[in-house]
Design a protein around this ligand. Structure first.
Ligand SMILES: Cc1cc2nc3c(=O)[nH]c(=O)nc-3n(C[C@H](O)[C@H](O)[C@H](O)COP(=O)(O)O)c2cc1C
Ligand code: SF4
Length: 362
């Protein structure tokens, strides 16, 4: 298959050989300490060997109380660097780039995972865990910003090609920008300007740490699909501010744990069901001037060609299809243009205490 999808793209000096992104996927394979291990690295080796141009890791927590699940990767400690290095070196044996997704779970975690209460911009109850998080103090917010910067420093030391801030799906950054989860009355809450202060401060500190030439991306909620939550109008204004303040690319997403069937929609059957964030991506496109990465239900290669050819997106990003077929990009490049085999059943999200796998293949 010869197409625009196999043309390289330069994101602030990171030259990605094609337009395919493996969207961040918490493979639930790391050690409880946050260290990556051989089974974890094997997943990434398959993706790189399978032709994915840009691999985004699953979210890695920037400090201990930002952990969302027991066996996710950590980014919070210098002693994680040797394992990360091994991961990066493995991927770099192929023609792929790898970016570390950095995150703090905020209220989207359980006290059973942390051994203490979760923290959040405001104490808004979350029914999924039937818990109410503790409100962050101003001092703790400053410390968090420092820890996003410290994790980025570790990413550089390990050789990652860049970092992606996780500003989507109801985790901490997403909690700050959303009026549903941010009810603060200080400088970090209230007006849109105050709610976007946290991601902008994280970006500023991260930039200070790594300089202008290191790729810093963000995955950003365009809207929450929740009453009282982030709207696309506000989401677009945040995207614009990030674009004006030095972010290098934006991956557009949406939804939180509390919004029904949003980020990883189930039941994508027809081509019309695919690219479900495209209407919002068009709004982002009007106000940003950095590369736009589109995720959400992409399954059919001719649709992805059209999206990139028409300038609707610069890169296409997939998660579940690569769980089922890590060699999907090579399959398409080899001329087999049948759509991804993933049926979007949601099975890989079901067994949250087990490593991620395609249950249809069991
Ligand atoms: C098992 C699983 C784990 C995921 N882990 C992450 C993650 O760590 N970070 C993130 O930003 N999104 C995560 N997502 C969301 C995906 O990256 C993606 O946004 C969503 O699944 C829609 O893309 P798709 O239709 O190609 O699967 C995860 C999704 C699944 C199914
Ligand atoms: S279980 Fe398999 S088919 Fe179902 S969504 Fe996950 S990868 Fe796709």
């Amino acid at each position: 298959m010869e197409s625009v999808l196999f043309e390289p793209i330069d994101i602030n000096g990171m030259v990605v050989p094609n337009r395919f992104v493996r969207s961040a996927t918490n493979d639930r394979l790391a050690e409880v300490s946050g260290h990556v291990n051989d089974p974890f690295i094997a997943v990434y080796e398959k993706l790189a060997a399978g032709g994915v141009g840009l691999i985004v890791t699953g979210h890695a927590y920037v400090q201990w109380n930002g952990k969302a699940s027991a066996t996710m990767m950590g980014g919070h400690d210098d002693d994680l660097i040797p394992g990360m290095k091994k991961l990066v070196e493995t991927v770099h044996r192929y023609d792929s780039k790898i970016v570390l997704q950095i995150n703090h779970a905020g209220r989207q975690t359980a006290s059973a995972v942390l051994g203490e209460s979760a923290v959040a911009p405001s104490p808004v109850h979350i029914s999924l865990y039937d818990e109410t998080p503790r409100e962050l103090t101003g001092e703790e917010i400053e410390e968090l910003i420092e820890n996003f910067a410290a994790t980025t420093r570790r990413a550089v030391a390990a050789g990652f090609d860049g970092v992606q801030l996780h500003g989507a799906h109801g985790y901490l950054i997403s909690q700050f920008i959303s009026p549903y989860t941010n009810r603060r009355e200080d400088a970090w809450g209230g007006s849109l300007e105050n709610r976007m202060r946290f991601p902008l401060e994280v970006l500023r500190r991260v930039r200070e740490e790594v300089g202008a030439s290191y790729p810093v991306l963000i995955k950003l909620n365009s809207e929450d699909y929740l009453e009282g939550g982030l709207t696309i109008e506000e989401g677009s204004q945040i995207a614009r501010a990030l674009s004006e303040n030095g972010i290098d690319a934006i991956e557009i997403s949406g939804g939180t744990y509390e919004s029904p069937n949003a980020a990883a929609k189930i039941g994508i059957k027809e081509e019309e069901d695919e690219a479900y964030f495209l209407p919002n991506a068009r709004k982002f496109r009007e106000v940003i001037d950095v590369p736009l990465i589109l995720v959400g239900g992409l399954r059919t290669p001719r649709l992805m060609v059209r999206l990139v050819e028409d300038g609707e997106a610069d890169m296409v990003s997939l998660c579940r299809p690569f769980i089922r077929e890590p060699d999907l990009v090579n399959r398409w490049e080899g001329g087999d243009e049948l759509k991804a085999e993933c049926i979007s059943c949601g099975g890989c999200h079901k067994y949250r205490d087990e490593p991620v796998r395609c249950i249809v293949l069991d």
